[in-house]
Design a protein. Sequence first.
Length: 174
Amino acid sequence: MNEQQPHDQSPNSAPDSMPDNAAPLLKRIGAALIDLLLVGFFVSPLLYYFKLDSLAEHPFNVPPVMAFKVLGCEVFVFFVLNLGLLATRGQTLGKLVFSLAIVDLNNQKPSILQLVVNRYFSQLVMVFVPFLNLLDVFMMLVRRDRRCLHDLLAKTRVVDLNVVVVAQPNRFVA
């Protein structure tokens, strides 16, 4: 008997059919809001310490150097709050609250390098390119798998850990 394995794939290829455990839109938005609020709460003291809090008085007239300093503080706080969870579970604090996780296209936890370089660096670049961040969110709204542009670039997806999927032998399923 010469039977072929139906899911014999290389580690970088996507499964033929991904399980339908894509994170619901409202859960993704809720997780993003929690992450945003936490970063805002903890970045405020840093902005005060570095005397960057006066930027709030003139939000549309911020010198580029100051804007990069504020962004640097935000990125620093985001990773202080989330790096451990991202490295061990593929989650941010917001995703943890909503039982969501970031996985690769084979439902494996992505490496921290894949998350930081491919996923979060691409999101950071989108901040500076007009309308690219809107395209990022728009894709999540119209795609059946709810993958944003940064998910496509990083070859990741966000899944709902409360949705039970049937595991294939010898495969981890988030």
